[in-house]
Write a protein that binds this ligand. Structure first.
Ligand code: FE2
Length: 203
């Protein structure tokens, strides 16, 4: 018997929202390509504060609380969205492996996903847990235990929430269609810990 230790939790849910209405505001916010030049994003960093996104924001916060406090068991704190933005992937655009700094948990909501190979969202780890980095024989039988990469199927309406330090990315969009998602970061306020050596209160 193999017992897998130290699993990484990812919350996955499907939301029933009218994505067509939500995507309208994309046309009214400026877009920019940063130095990595892999895909455009929006300069606005508070998309979920737009009136038309109030229901989506409400559901994101509700599911995040369920995940973080009810299921993972963190002490109850005030959870809030620190930033939120559009990711737009045109043909050949992608997202390189990255983390979300200055954030507790992060997530992504899938608005518009074209038919075909429009890119795959994946989580990954750089460090192998089944052997050392300096001696890594080929693995002939792939399994979740030995894999360093996990792909997710993300049709429109998918909501993913995950710890912000977990590396993730999106493979290139090989279609002529537009792939649009909303990403967000979450943080907490309140008494993070009352223990002497790790005391912290955030306001
Ligand atoms: Fe991300």
């Amino acid at each position: 018997m193999i017992v897998n230790i130290f699993p990484t939790p990812v919350y996955e849910e499907h939301l029933e929202l009218d994505n067509t209405a939500l995507i309208q505001s994309l046309n009214s916010v400026p877009q920019v390509r940063y130095n990595s030049n892999n895909s455009p994003t929006t300069t606005a960093r508070s998309i979920l504060e737009f009136e038309e996104f109030s229901e989506l924001k409400k559901q994101i916060v509700s599911h995040s609380k369920k995940f973080i406090f009810d299921e993972l068991g963190f002490c109850p704190l005030e959870l809030y969205v620190t930033s939120s933005w559009y990711n737009i992937h045109h043909k050949d655009d992608f997202s390189q492996p990255h983390q979300h700094p200055n954030s507790f948990y992060s997530g992504v909501y899938y608005l518009e996903i074209p038919e075909g190979d429009s890119g795959t969202f994946y989580f990954m780890k750089f460090h192998n847990t089944v052997c050392s980095e300096s001696f890594a024989p080929d693995i002939m039988i792939p399994s979740p235990t030995t894999s360093q990469k996990v792909n997710f199927h993300t049709p429109p309406g998918t909501l993913l929430i995950f710890p912000s330090h977990v590396w993730h990315g999106v493979t290139p969009n090989n279609t002529n269609g537009r792939r649009v998602t909303i990403a967000f970061n979450l943080h907490v306020r309140g008494l993070v810990s009352g223990l002497n050596t790790k005391y912290l209160e955030l306001r």
